[in-house]
Write a protein that binds this ligand. Structure first.
Ligand code: FRU
Length: 500
């Protein structure tokens, strides 16, 4: 293997020292956070030699986005991660502007292949200069060597009128016959996104095949970070569109997360259903991996471009991944649940059965910032004149004696069947989007919630993962109180585990 470049060597030396400045207790316990500096999208999420590998968009030198490197970590259970040396640095003429997002797979000879977008140093408006191209690096799980004939796909492979400037985030797939397919985000002449399909026999030399799907202005503009896989008898496309227009009850505006469920019976992808992947504030650019036991597991960047200014001032790192989630389809609906490995982190358990909630109060033993809380809420059938109108859980709340009352909340509006996650009072001093909603669908009056807290985040799984809402919070860790309140009477069952 060739010696690492100076730019990569510098990043690797830097991260070793910078990492030491971050206290373990200042990081999430089981969400992967950046080793130092800045993290965005998950990249190359895969299994290799019996371990999960996660690469990520990485700027080691500051907590702001900068020339993109690929950070690297491995795990055997998706919850305990070990950092490896940065895998890629922007050190070639075709990627001097950054090694953007991409994916990974194992070659038949056992070597590991990374496919990513190389951004040349050219400015975006110099369209003709073909500033985003697709590149390859091959390695052994630690050291990667960029392919001598990079870029392997560039503007010359593209039909007339397709953008050379917005052409990124290759998802490489191995077909059953051993050939390869690659799906890449692109912008058409009318400014809308489209996903392009390329084909290859050896994963090195590629030819343009077709447009897999056109956006046509339906969902935002440019489409980023595609993933494409089989799930429970259907084809699923995950896409992160930019510039979404909001639509009541289904899409928030800005950078969205879409799941397209469909089939390819006709040879083309036909969409049967579309839904938001995560209704919360902080989720984007998700990728999946197939576990050895066949589970399809998704991780997203637990952040969003629209809300990056909501952050802790004093932290030496910025950016973490969501909890890995198992995916399923039921009646053309995506269901998500926390990976079952999380149960191995269950510590002390506290349980409440048929607890009646009306006036605001705390429950003995229910507090903390690293918790797995499972609960059901239903209206009290006997409360004729006191029907359940609203249920609220406040968490990450400061206790008595604190200078300010800070908290975040999850509120269920029983008449509108709507859930709201809100961090307005969590201590943020910026005027930005602080809440997110989703409609609650389900066949019963009972609402089922699973809430995962890990120091600086809350992920809410609604009715067995029919909807999910993810939100970061910056509130200090001593804000660990939780309380409950209902307008009307709610009957609640709860099991709460400390996560250790
Ligand atoms: C999505 C994205 C990708 C790109 C990367 C750059 O968050 O914009 O399209 O490859 O981030 O860091």
């Amino acid at each position: 293997m060739e010696k690492e470049s100076e730019i990569l060597g510098r990043a690797r030396r830097y991260e070793v020292t910078a990492e030491k400045k971050v206290e373990e207790s200042d990081r999430p316990l089981f969400h992967l956070s950046t080793r130092c500096g800045w993290m965005n999208d998950p990249n190359g999420f895969c299994r290799y030699h019996g371990e999960y590998h996660m690469f990520y968009q990485y700027h080691p030198y500051s907590t702001d986005w900068g020339p993109m490197h690929w950070g690297h970590a491995v795990s055997s259970d998706l919850l305990h991660w070990k950092y490896l040396p940065a895998a890629l640095a922007p050190d070639a003429f075709y990627d001097a502007g950054g090694c953007f997002s991409g994916s990974a797979l194992t070659l038949p000879d056992g070597r590991h292949l990374l496919m990513y977008t190389g951004v040349s140093g050219k400015k975006k408006n110099e369209e003709a200069e073909s500033c985003q191209t697709q590149c390859i690096a091959v390695g052994d799980g630690i050291e990667y060597q960029k392919y001598e004939h990079n870029p392997v796909i560039d503007g010359k492979n593209l039909p007339e009128g397709f953008s050379r400037a917005d052409f990124r985030d290759p998802k490489i797939l191995q077909e059953k016959d051993g050939s390869y397919t690659c799906i890449i985000g692109n912008r058409a002449q009318n400014g809308n996104g489209q996903l392009l399909q390329f084909r290859s026999e050896d994963a090195l030399s590629w030819r343009y095949d077709k447009i897999l799907i056109r956006n046509d202005g339906r969902f935002g503009r440019m489409w980023e970070c595609p993933d494409y896989f089989d799930l429970d008898g259907k084809k699923v496309l995950l896409i992160s569109p930019q510039d979404m227009l909001p639509e009541p009850d289904e899409f928030a505006g800005g950078n969205g997360t879409l799941c397209l469920i469909g089939n390819t019976a006709s040879g083309e992808f036909r969409t049967e259903a579309v839904q938001t992947v995560d209704f919360g504030i902080d989720f984007y650019a998700m990728q999946t991996v197939k576990a050895e036991d066949g589970r399809r597991i998704m991780i997203g960047w637990m952040q969003n471009w629209d809300t990056c200014m909501v952050r802790r001032k004093d932290a030496g790192w910025f950016g973490q991944m969501s909890l890995p989630r198992e995916l399923h389809l039921k009646n053309r609906k995506l269901l998500q649940s926390p990976v079952r490995e999380l149960e191995q982190m269950h510590g002390r358990r506290v349980r409440y059965t048929a607890e009646r909630i009306s006036d605001r109060r705390q429950l003995d033993g229910i507090c903390g910032r690293r918790l797995d809380l499972e609960m059901t809420i239903r209206p009290d059938e006997n409360a004729e004149y006191n029907k359940l109108k609203r249920f609220t859980m406040r968490f990450a709340m400061t206790g008595g004696g604190a200078e300010h009352l800070f908290y975040s909340s999850l509120t269920y509006d029983a008449s509108l069947h709507r859930l709201t996650l809100d961090r307005k009072y969590s201590g943020i001093r910026r005027a930005a989007l602080h809440d997110a909603q989703c409609p609650v669908t389900g066949d019963t009056e009972e609402l089922k919630l699973r809430i995962i807290l890990d120091r600086y985040s809350a992920e809410v799984f609604v009715n067995d993962g029919q909807q999910v809402l993810t939100m970061l919070i910056c509130t200090e860790q001593n804000a660990d109180q939780i309380d409950f309140e209902a307008d009307g009477t709610a009957v609640m069952n709860m099991t709460c585990y400390e996560l250790v």
